[in-house]
Design a protein around this ligand. Structure first.
Ligand SMILES: Nc1ncnc2c1ncn2[C@@H]1O[C@H](COP(=O)(O)OP(=O)(O)OP(=O)(O)O)[C@@H](O)[C@H]1O
Ligand SMILES: [Mg+2]
Length: 379
């Protein structure tokens, strides 16, 4: 029997997180957890709120509501929404990369990785003088920093280009350098915002290898925003799906990939196709999934439902009396929900004796690729 996971099993707990920009609710009552040592993917269509979640976790935005708890290996816990920005990497050990690459393009690869260790080196230099006079403590710290930088250049398969300017690297190599730079800060949680954006299949494979290496050999947990399904499905242990700032699915890659709400909302099903998807996936399976809730190993705690809140077409903004209207019927996930519930309501109730056995029936073959092409362009 599996023991109930305790909070120390989770490196990150996001509870009832909301972020409002004027009248726009970018994130609405979002709850999810990321397990220590795992790769947790945050996916969703363009504008779903993924980067906003990262910005709340890493202190770029202060959330309008909610709690973000970071549990470190040593047992200490931090409420990230209350920590000053600069303490989030230093004390809570959270590092991130950005959707748009942010390297020092005129500096060499090695220098980029040394800059990431600036705090450690400044401390060792006694904030200048120990460094100026070449004290041994500073020389040792300096040598250690170079060793760590070399270690991550090797892991990222970039050591041959250590002395080249970062701006001269191809795109995929720049992405790996950003990850190497983040790893030089010794993070316990690494947040990666679309690291595979713009990568060719070979570069994507190299990225997968690097992320798996980090997961297997450093104990660093990874929170990954990604549109590239080949990356998400191959390396994630757990996937959380957002649509219009709301969580619409949460579970293993396999369960999320066959969740009709995800197919409808994220994978680009046209309005008229929603019904076809329901039929193809098998309405029995849909209804069962809607009724059973999230994967118990990863799903939110008892305080949060699988849907963080009802997905509606318009949202009230109580503070300012504003109402923001998302186009009517915009949420494909909501359409699937509504139709599945209508199907449940109209279904004749079976007598108890005729009830199905406990083990679920295998899903009907759909003939549809479970990972259709994502909708919308990439930024
Ligand atoms: N600083 C801001 N001010 C106003 N609105 C914002 C701000 N940041 C994000 N938003 C809005 O919040 C919503 C979510 O944006 P976000 O960038 O988090 O989406 P995303 O899921 O990362 O999308 P993408 O996949 O395109 O990167 C969008 O409607 C966006 O316009
Ligand atoms: Mg984004």
């Amino acid at each position: 029997m599996n023991a109930t996971p305790s909070s120390s099993d989770f490196i990150l707990q996001v509870e009832h997180l909301s972020m409002k920009f004027g009248g726009l609710i970018a994130i609405g009552d979002l709850s999810f957890q990321a397990r220590r040592g795992e790769i947790t993917a945050l996916i969703g269509p363009n504008g779903a709120g993924k980067t906003t979640v990262f910005n709340c976790i890493t202190g770029f935005y202060k959330p309008s509501e909610g709690m973000i708890t970071l549990n470190r290996k040593d047992g200490s816990s931090y409420l990230l929404e209350r920590l000053p920005n600069h303490e989030i990497p230093a004390r809570a050990k959270v590092a991130r990369t950005f959707q748009n690459i942010r390297l020092f393009s005129g500096m060499t690869l090695l220098e980029n990785l040394l800059v990431a260790q600036h705090n450690k080196l400044m401390k060792a230099s006694g904030y200048t003088f120990l460094g100026l006079f070449g004290f041994s403590s500073y020389r040792q710290a300096s040598a250690e920093s170079i060793e760590l930088a070399k270690h991550w250049l090797e892991k990222a398969n970039l050591v041959d280009r250590a002395d080249d300017p970062a701006g001269d690297l191809p795109y995929g190599a720049q992405r790996r350098l950003e990850i190497a730079r983040a790893m030089c800060t010794g993070p316990e949680l690494l947040c990666l915002d679309e690291p595979a954006a713009g990568l060719n299949p070979k570069e994507s494979a190299a990225l997968n290898e690097l992320l798996n290496d980090i997961k297997d050999n450093t104990g660093t947990s990874i929170l990954l925003i990604e549109h590239d399904m080949s990356v998400v499905m191959q390396i994630s242990d757990h996937v959380v799906v957002l649509e219009y700032g709301r969580k619409i699915s949460d579970g293993s890659p396999q369960s999320v990939r066959t969740d009709p709400r995800v197919i409808a909302a994220y994978l680009g099903v046209d309005d008229e196709e929603v019904e076809t998807v329901l039929t193809e996936v098998g309405d029995e399976a849909v209804i069962e999934q809607l009724d059973t809730g999230p994967d118990s190993a990863h799903g939110p705690g008892s305080s949060a439902s699988m849907m963080a809140g009802p997905v509606s077409d318009s949202v009230e903004h109580a503070d300012q009396g504003e109402r923001v209207t998302v186009s009517r019927g915009a949420s494909k996930a909501a359409q699937v929900d509504a139709r599945a519930r209508a199907a449940v309501a109209s279904k004749p109730v079976k007598p108890v004796a005729a009830a199905k056995p406990a083990s679920p029936a295998p899903a009907k073959p759909t003939g549809r690729s479970p990972t259709p092409k994502p909708r919308g362009g990439r930024k």
